[in-house]
Design a protein around this ligand. Structure first.
Ligand code: NAD
Length: 500
């Protein structure tokens, strides 16, 4: 079996960069140290931003389809290294192998999408009110795009941003989570391979900054960074958003979720149970789209909850590198403590809690495995309205569909939502303006596991940003409105006569 060192070497990382530094990379699987990395200083961060700025000036003149060629090569490199990079994601973030490789597949998918996009950065032609005039929109690169990412999607989030930002003509500076720096260095090494095959990509087109909040803040405050795309907790977004706004920079925020599934009286309970279990316990509850709330009609609640208890009791928890395991560890002790605090609060607020305890402590004393918890709540109490980044499913019952919708929308976050129903009226109401207030609203599919073709993001405290598919590329470009006069007159708009 490959050791972490084998994997890092195969991915092209320089062994000397993995020792002697101050940032200790650990695996949540067993707490083992993987590397000691050198952190960037704020001054080094500024140099990286300057290099990226220089690169962006050259890159913006490269025709977009040619820029797409670089991303095509990146996608090809990722295909070649899918297994190793997926395994490194598992090692560093604690995901099961299928999810680690799934994340790399998502990177490949967004590369394919971006390559197509590189020939489709369309602007409009607009009817002018003046004779002999033409109006149009052109889209230009922004310059430098800063990416701040969270630990739980350590590689996919970078690729969503980088693939689009690069075909749109920008350079990218990435500040990954301090909990997952190795996967970031691996991505940078793979990017370097693609750039080498491409031939004439400017140096500094993709930069990585290793470090914590201070380095992130350098990116946030730099006037040379036109867009800061930040993924993480709402707490982080509350700090980053106003700081970028202060200097009139652009910001794209992808923050916490508190995603609910409504199960109506006509729902297919087999499908609903599958969707809920995958959504609630997959990645040990550490996805932004994890199902955290179940809002179930009283007529089917007993049966559904019983099925969930059964599925939870047999869910294999353990080393995510082992075949057959479905639930890996929490990222660290802080996460475990937050989960325990939330469960205590749930009990105090009238909840009946099953599961949630630490498991496998003898085998992995330095890792944090838990049994996923189900908390049957008397209503949507305070604790239910917070995102606790761990596998806790709060269950609430309802009688009237309107009450279910009110509960679904009655939390500060607005990322993903779903309904399981065979009632057309319920389904359409859920998707209507008066229905779910989330950025993602699904019918007969769970909350978790979006495809890259759609725009991804959410409302309210989730931050309002959209990444990935659809027309999200527009976030990475600036729009210019152009009017061209090909007549021999100079008519003014709105019919204004001026000095004639
Ligand atoms: P976090 O907020 O602790 O950290 C995220 C990143 O922000 C890290 O790189 C961190 O170093 C950086 N950071 C923190 N404070 C900063 C500051 N003041 N200035 C600049 N950078 C700063 O989040 P986490 O624990 O790594 O990830 C979990 C959270 O991320 C959850 O809330 C989850 O819902 C959210 N998330 C959201 C999405 C989405 O698309 N909406 C996707 C993945 C994760």
């Amino acid at each position: 079996m490959d050791t972490p060192q084998d994997i890092l070497r195969n991915l092209g990382l320089n062994p000397s960069s993995l020792t002697g530094g101050t940032l200790i990379a650990r695996s949540p699987i067993d707490g083992a140290e993987l590397a000691r990395l050198h952190e960037h200083t704020v001054a080094q961060a500024h140099s990286a931003i300057t290099r990226a700025r220089q690169a962006s000036l050259a890159w913006r003149d490269v025709p977009a389809p040619r820029r797409g060629e670089l991303i095509r090569l990146l996608g090809e490199t990722l295909r070649q290294h899918k297994r190793e990079l997926g395994r490194l994601v598992s090692l560093e973030a604690g995901k099961i192998l299928a999810e680690g490789e799934g994340e790399v597949q998502e990177m490949i998918d967004i590369c394919d999408f971006a390559v197509g996009l590189s020939r489709q950065l369309y602007g409009l032609t607009i009817a002018s009110e003046r004779p002999g005039h033409r109006m149009m929109e052109t889209w230009h690169p922004l310059g430098v795009v800063g990416v701040i990412s969270a630990f739980n999607f350590p590689v996919a989030v970078w690729s969503w941003n980088a693939a689009l930002a690069l075909v749109c003509g920008n350079a990218v500076v990435w500040k990954p989570s301090e909990k997952t720096p190795l996967t970031a260095l691996a991505c940078q090494a793979l990017f370097a391979q693609a750039a080498q095959r491409f031939g004439d990509a400017p140096a500094g087109l993709s930069e990585v900054l290793i470090g914590g909040r201070e380095v992130g803040e350098a990116l946030v405050d730099s006037h040379s960074v036109a867009l800061v795309s930040a993924t993480g907790s709402t707490r982080m977004g509350r700090q980053v958003g106003p700081r970028v706004a202060q200097r009139f920079g652009r910001v794209l925020l992808e923050l916490g979720g508190n995603n609910a599934i409504i199960v109506g009286p006509t729902a297919d309970l087999d499908m609903a149970a599958r969707g809920i279990v995958f959504g609630a316990i997959g990645t040990a509850g550490q996805r932004c789209t994890t199902t955290r709330r179940l809002i179930v009609h009283e007529s089917v609640a007993d049966e559904l909850v019983q099925r969930l208890h059964k599925a939870y009791a047999s869910a294999p928890i353990g080393n995510p590198l082992d075949e057959g395991k479905l639930v890996g560890p929490l990222i660290d002790r802080v996460s475990f403590d937050a989960m325990q605090a939330a469960l205590t609060a749930a009990r105090e607020q009238g909840g009946k809690v099953t599961g949630g305890e630490r498991v496998l402590a003898d085998q992995y004393p330095d890792a944090w495995y838990v049994r996923p918890a189900i908390a049957e709540m008397p209503g949507q109490t305070d604790v239910v309205c917070h995102e606790t980044f761990a596998p806790i499913l709060y269950v609430m019952r309802y009688k009237e569909f309107g009450d279910a919708l009110t509960m679904q929308n009655g939390v500060p976050q607005g990322l993903s939502s779903a309904i399981f129903t065979n009632d057309l009226r319920e389904a359409e109401t859920f998707l209507s303006a008066a229905g779910s207030d989330c950025g993602i609203a699904n019918v007969n599919i769970g909350t978790s596991g979006a495809e890259i073709g759609g725009a991804f993001g959410g409302e309210k405290e989730t931050g309002g940003g959209r990444e990935s598919g659809s027309d999200s590329w527009r976030n990475y470009m600036r729009r210019a409105t152009n009017t061209i006069n090909y007549s021999r007159q100079l008519p003014l708009a709105q019919g204004i006569k001026f000095g004639e």
